[in-house]
Design a protein around this ligand. Structure first.
Ligand code: SAM
Ligand code: SF4
Length: 333
């Protein structure tokens, strides 16, 4: 699948739930969260069918996300089916980490079960090492569980574990160096993410925003000039750098300030309620659940995918007064 700007689509992010056991301020509005009713969520059979159709069209990597994907009942049953899909070579998961250390079978953590179900990489969100600040950001006192979850992921032996930190002024600007040291001690890739306007207005003002270049300045004042690694890519829009005089790689995801951000986009999103979104930062979404449930054939659904890809914008419109129409938790970040 290729769009009209030459983006070749090989990566599908699949949100399997809008539910979450946390309430991150930048992701979920403060107001009462209303979950989607169960019948409005794709069941596993439907999700797997759409993934299979996407792989027929050239998708080779899937990342399971949410909401918090590990809160979905039966998540392991779904993930165990993925390696059976021909053409799917890379399975990843994004998680807040709170449930990775939970025992799902005697002596077996969720992380270990995911690994043996062929999940290759996990991205774990960690915005701070300070437990109180963590509770303020996420609305839940689950920091110890996340740290245990990271340990469980390391023990499980994934090919790649990345830590993701959303930059927030007044919350975690003092955490850049401690998080880099935390990642270094565990040999993990750490990525700093600019906050994107997908939640409520009060957390997304300029006063809360830290740009990638501001973060880089802080990091370089401690470690010296970062060494760009343009040849290292992980399927996403992050730019990677080496910290001089140590074997540590860090990444930056600058959707708001990097003007080349969209050039190498290879992504399509499937929301848990069956919408295909060609771009996270655009209001465009297309309801594939409707034809799916109305009995569409594989060929018709393939054509639906191709039509959506054809509507993929050249770049996101976050920078142009994008009004958050949907919460990140419902899109699947
Ligand atoms: N619950 C999982 C987690 O927290 O990693 C997976 C879903 S979450 C929506 C995926 C990623 O999106 C997380 O790394 C989160 O920090 C990020 N995210 C959520 N809202 C964001 C925002 N407004 N700007 C930038 N990143 C955001
Ligand atoms: Fe939940 Fe992840 Fe959103 Fe936080 S970022 S509210 S953990 S979905």
């Amino acid at each position: 699948m290729q769009d009209r700007y030459g983006h070749r689509i090989s990566y599908l992010r699949v949100s399997i739930t809008d539910r979450c056991n946390e309430r991150c301020t930048y992701c979920m509005p403060h107001e009462l969260q209303e979950w989607l009713p169960r019948e409005e969520i794709l069941n596993f059979e439907e999700t797997l069918r759409l993934i299979r159709i996407a792989t027929d069209l050239g998708v080779s990597k899937v990342r399971i996300t949410g909401g918090e994907p590990l809160t979905r009942r039966g998540v392991l049953d779904l993930i165990r089916e993925l390696p059976k899909i021909p053409g799917l070579r890379d399975i990843g998961l994004s998680t807040n980490g709170t449930l990775l250390a939970r025992e799902v079978e005697p002596q077996r953590t969720m992380a270990a079960a995911l690994r043996s179900a062929s999940v290759r990489s996990v991205n774990i969100s960690l915005d701070t090492l300070n437990r109180n600040v963590y509770s303020e950001i996420t609305g839940r006192d689950l920091h110890p569980q996340v740290l245990n979850g990271i340990d469980a992921a390391i023990t499980a032996g994934f090919d790649q574990i990345k830590l993701n930190t959303v930059l927030m002024r007044g919350r975690n600007e003092d955490q850049l160096i401690p998080l880099i040291e935390f990642a270094a001690a565990r040999n993990l890739i750490l990525r700093f993410i600019e906050m994107m306007p997908v939640s409520t207005r009060e957390v997304l003002g300029d006063e809360n925003f830290i740009s990638i270049s501001q973060a880089k300045r802080v990091i370089e004042s401690r470690y010296g000039s970062l060494i760009p690694e343009p040849e290292f890519r992980t399927n996403g829009p992050a730019s990677y750098y080496q910290i001089p005089s140590r074997q540590q790689r860090i990444g930056f995801i600058g959707a708001m300030t990097n003007l080349h951000f969209c050039e190498s986009c290879n992504k399509l999103r499937l929301t848990c309620d069956g919408k295909l979104r060609p771009c996270l930062g655009s209001y465009l979404e297309f309801d594939i659940m409707k034809p799916l449930r109305a009995g569409a054939s594989d060929e018709e659904l393939k054509q639906f995918f191709l039509d959506v890809v054809d509507r993929k914008p050249e770049q996101h419109d976050f920078r142009d007064n994008y009004k958050p129409g949907r919460k990140m938790v419902a899109i699947g970040g």
